[in-house]
Design a protein around this ligand. Structure first.
Ligand code: FES
Length: 569
């Protein structure tokens, strides 16, 4: 079988000379160019992405496996996105990285790819870009950090940042205590070890079948993570020989499985946006309502923060994702094919569970209403979402007076003003934090509560925005309102004092203002100025779609395959 890379390395002419000769400056022998599968290792390593900082080592283990199986590994970098450092938000760059991945794969003599991802946005970006080329591809996640340990207690990355900072504001702990926790939380290589977006997306990788079994939970520093990378290197060579392309793995059934698994693990709401975008790249018809329809009956089985009490290290020792998939039984499309050539049913048939408090049986779940609820109404005609497992049950049906913040800066300036007219029955409304409005749809939807209410012992309020929230966060938080305020959605014209009705059971979110008044306000509304007249921000602003379309660029939907007919010289 002639592989794609033969078009570069095969010819004995001037072009073949150029392609081979310059590569040989790395000390590569002749026989590596004999037509064997060339495996790209797409690396998001960066010291600015601490969650992926161990990826050079991981890539070395992939290479061992590739060589062993008779392939020719070539590692290449793509732009990395660190969640904790990038401003205004790493999400702004997810689509840019997906373009980098797509074009890097297509432009080069690559027959199959191992994708190395970890920190939140790196996983969807790599899957989106690779899907648009549709070569044989397999993802290896970087793995979670070990459990955080603070004064004898487990603490979780993200989740305990929110808790500890609220404790400072409440006066429960002081700044010294808070800063001491800093070195105790994130103490090994790896990504956030709560069931935040990174762990959710690593689980999605396994549930989609685009990663090997156990990919989701092996800690980054556990030797078995490196064994997995080694095996992935071996396997991808076989995948090239079998022509097992992404489109054969990322089927409609695979996405159904991923949605149900996200519910069962109490996963991050950001998975909604990312899976919609990945599906659209590979040509699978998935829409926002599928999340509600498919996830509604799935209970949360995994007792991990933020919905529960344990962390990813505990999850791995308890059996990890194979145990969850096995427990889900008929809720899983068991015939879906995975990258190891077996179905997901075959991979998980005998998966054991070693700790029933970490991975609960279907008969005794952590929560019964675990899926993502998709809300509709005059405030969100294209949809909004809420994660019931992270919300307060008593607030799931709520009518309250809106307290409105026009921007995140407005929110930060006024939220702790003792004179702010707010009580615990109010609904906090934050505008202009959607894809176009921020730009980039940051994780600010879990707005901190007013200090004066925290001091009264209030722990949750209904909050509504067009933003996302960190997968490590919690609360009765309505997110991803579409259309967003900056695109002229009804959110833009909500005013202080308007009454808002939330009914999660009925999937309703309404602004109790007469339609004629809504129309009048919308006619008087002026869109905010574009954030920039040039560069990537302008491209983003002009082309990003709304949350219900995965916030991808309109011109990136679908794929272009991997063919490039023209030579470079
Ligand atoms: Fe990278 Fe949480 S900051 S995964």
């Amino acid at each position: 079988m002639k592989h794609r890379s033969s078009a570069w390395f095969g010819p004995k002419d001037r072009d073949g000379f150029i392609h081979r000769s310059w590569m040989k400056n790395q000390g590569l022998p002749d026989d590596l160019f004999d037509g064997r599968p060339v495996i790209g290792i797409c690396n998001t390593w960066s010291e600015l992405t601490p969650c992926n900082a161990h990826f050079r080592d991981l890539a070395e283990h992939v290479k061992r496996g590739v060589y062993e199986a008779g392939g020719f590994p070539l590692e290449f970098p793509v732009m990395s996105m660190g969640e904790t450092l990038m401003r205004p938000t790493a999400m702004l760059f997810r689509n840019l990285v997906s373009m980098d991945v797509e074009e890097s794969i297509r432009a080069n003599p690559i027959d199959g790819v191992v994708l190395l991802a970890g920190c939140d946005k790196t996983t969807p970006a790599l899957l989106m870009g690779a899907a648009s080329c549709d070569l044989p591809a397999l993802m290896v996640s970087g793995g979670p950090m070990l459990n955080g340990k603070f004064r004898g207690q487990d603490i979780g990355s993200g989740t305990d940042v929110w808790k500890l900072s609220e404790d400072v504001r409440r006066g429960v702990i002081d700044e010294c205590d808070f800063l001491e926790a800093e070195g105790c939380m994130n103490r090994s290589a790896g990504h956030c070890m709560t069931m935040g977006t990174a762990s959710t997306m690593a689980s999605v990788v396994e549930a989609l079948g685009i990663g090997l079994p156990t990919n989701a939970a092996i800690p980054a520093v556990d030797a078995r993570r490196y064994t997995l990378a080694h095996l992935a290197g071996r396997r991808v060579v076989e995948m090239v020989k079998e022509d097992l392309r992404m489109s054969r793995i990322l089927t409609c059934d695979a996405f159904k499985n991923a949605i149900r698994v996200v519910a069962a693990i109490g996963g991050s709401t950001s998975a909604v946006i990312h899976l919609l975008a990945i599906a659209a790249r590979i040509g699978v018809c998935l829409n926002l309502d599928d999340w509600d329809r498919l996830g509604r009956d799935v209970p949360c089985l995994v007792n991990l923060m933020p919905a529960g009490k344990y962390l990813m290290e505990d999850f791995y020792y308890a059996g990890g994702l194979p145990a969850v998939i096995s427990e889900l039984g008929d809720l899983i499309e068991r015939d879906a094919l995975t990258v190891n050539g077996k179905t997901i049913g075959e991979n998980t048939a005998d998966a054991p569970c070693h700790n029933r408090d970490v991975i609960r049986p279907l008969s005794d779940p952590v929560r019964t209403d675990a899926g993502v609820a998709v809300l509709r109404g005059n405030l969100c005609p294209s949809g909004a979402i809420i994660k019931p497992s992270a919300a307060t049950p008593e607030l799931m049906t709520h009518r309250g007076r809106a307290v409105v913040f026009e921007t995140i800066e407005d929110f930060r300036t006024r939220i702790d003003d003792p004179n702010l007219d707010v009580d615990e029955s109010c609904v906090l409304v934050l505008k202009n934090c959607g894809p176009r409005g921020y730009p980039g749809m940051p994780e600010v939807g879990n707005m901190p509560l007013p200090t004066k209410l925290l001091r009264k012992g209030i722990t949750d309020m209904v909050r509504i925005s067009d933003a996302r929230m960190s997968g490590t966060a919690y609360g009765t938080v309505v997110l991803h309102v579409a259309p967003e305020a900056a695109a002229g959605g009804a959110l833009a014209i909500v005013q202080d004092g308007d009454m808002i009705d939330l009914d999660v059971a009925l999937r309703k979110l309404n602004l109790d203002v007469p339609e004629s008044e809504i129309k009048r306000r919308l006619e008087a509304w002026k869109p905010p100025e574009a954030p920039s007249e040039r560069g990537y921000s302008k491209l983003y602003y002009d082309h990003v779609m709304q949350a219900d379309r995965g916030a991808d660029f309109d011109f990136l939907v679908g794929g272009s395959g991997a063919a490039v007919p023209r030579e470079s010289h």
